[in-house]
Design a protein around this ligand. Structure first.
Ligand SMILES: Nc1ncnc2c1ncn2[C@@H]1O[C@H](COP(=O)(O)OP(=O)(O)OP(=O)(O)O)[C@@H](O)[C@H]1O
Ligand SMILES: Nc1ncnc2c1ncn2[C@@H]1O[C@H](COP(=O)(O)OP(=O)(O)OP(=O)(O)O)[C@@H](O)[C@H]1O
Ligand SMILES: [Mg+2]
Ligand SMILES: [Mg+2]
Lengths: 227, 227
């Protein structure tokens, strides 16, 4: 499904170059459940953005479903992103002027789903993350963990086959966090692929494989007891 | 130091009223170390914003240093906020167009500290949170956990006597999180008061008292083994 070879990512700021990823190689099969861990600033979000086709590497190759992402046109990339991938951003990335229902519907608007169907799917997704009572609140009218859950609802509304979640429980108490993990568990049991970044060991325990990133490189890549 | 009696906070959205806090009474002495926990959406940040004089309650009284906050003028409130309180926001609240050094200096600009002294104090604060190499990065050029640490550096730069930190480690791996907790530990040992919101039990263990909030009310308020 996913094959990365020698992926590097550099950011330039004035004269300075930050080597956020320095030669990452990994492959992930369909229906794996992978946790990515590592210190703050080690390159996890940079890796997730490249996995999710939201950013391109400075060097290296990335094949998705057997096709080289670097050879895809913008339209093909957008189609992969909208149809196959659900992305939960670390900073939520919600539209501040729209209420949570409209934020959740967003991926379906890109896919041309009818208004009535969009509404139904978005309401179901909001209820699944426990926010049925907060559908008409704007992001500034929600708590931190509620905003995070809108970001999760939006990522799952188009029934993606690959879920990429960057620190999905960072603002959630353990009970609410476990409810979100149950959602990922169900998606995984249905044959989908789940890749999440976390710093919380009890979250990583749900995965069947843990990749540790250190200073822009893969430090270890091991199966867990769940494998 | 802090005395709250029957604090209520309501938010109105159209016809709907959200009772975010429904009668919270608590008192906190100087040099206590308090952890506030509770489910997502239970009212913790709302309580912290009122404690930090960033928002006023709908009902109830709040006395700070023996003075009623509701009787303070805007200038008096600004002085308390800038001189005595360091506030770490759950969503960081950084200026997106300024680099991290300038963001950290901000409280000192309000206090009229000289440019040279501001620079020195802000550099020391950035180094204390491990971001000496990221001083000229803007927030969008930082990782999630690095942005969080800039928010912490900014809150501590004016040497506040009351530290209010809302989920200060939500985006940090446990090692970096422990480094931040060491900073709070040192501040506490110097006689300052630390009040933090967290959902991580290993963070709450640093405190000598844990207040559980449930549905806008105090559910329990107990000393920990550290007390
Ligand atoms: N500006 C607002 N307008 C309307 N409702 C609001 C507003 N801000 C917060 N709320 C609501 O008030 C309740 C309490 O919010 P608060 O941010 O205090 O929760 P919290 O305990 O900090 O949650 P979290 O752990 O998710 O950060 C939530 O249900 C939220 O939807
Ligand atoms: N746009 C950018 N410009 C310059 N440097 C950047 C940019 N984005 C990220 N970086 C740097 O690249 C490194 C990796 O960032 P990344 O966001 O991938 O880390 P992370 O592992 O997700 O960290 P965290 O756990 O704190 O979220 C960091 O040191 C960061 O400062
Ligand atoms: Mg990150
Ligand atoms: Mg909060």
């Amino acid at each position: 499904l996913i094959q990365m070879t020698n992926i590097a990512k550099n950011y330039e700021i004035g004269e300075e170059v930050v080597h956020a990823l320095r030669g990452v190689s990994l492959s992930i099969e369909k229906n794996e459940y992978v946790a990515i861990m590592g210190p703050s600033g080690s390159g996890k979000s940079t890796l997730m953005n490249i996995l999710g086709c939201l950013d391109s590497p400075s060097e290296g190759t990335y094949d998705l479903n057997g096709k080289a992402v670097s050879d895809m046109t913008d339209d093909e990339l957008a189609e992969v992103r909208n149809k196959e991938i659900g992305f939960v951003f670390q900073n939520f990335n919600l539209l501040s002027r729209s209420d949570s229902l409209h934020n959740t519907e967003l991926p379906l608007i890109y896919l041309g789903v009818s208004r009535k169907k969009r509404r139904e799917l978005a309401i179901a997704s909001m209820q699944a993350v426990g926010l049925g009572e907060r559908m008409h609140h704007k992001p500034s009218e929600l708590s931190g963990g509620q905003r995070q859950r809108v970001a999760i609802a939006r990522a799952l509304v188009n029934n993606p086959s690959i879920i990429l979640a960057d620190e999905p429980t960072g603002n959630l108490d353990s009970k609410t966090g476990e409810e979100i993990m149950q959602i990922f568990e169900v998606l995984h049991s249905k044959g989908n692929t789940v890749i999440l970044v976390t710093h919380e060991p009890y979250i990583a325990e749900h995965a069947n494989r843990v990749i540790h990133i250190l200073d822009g490189q893969v430090d270890s890549d091991k199966a867990t007891e769940n494998a």
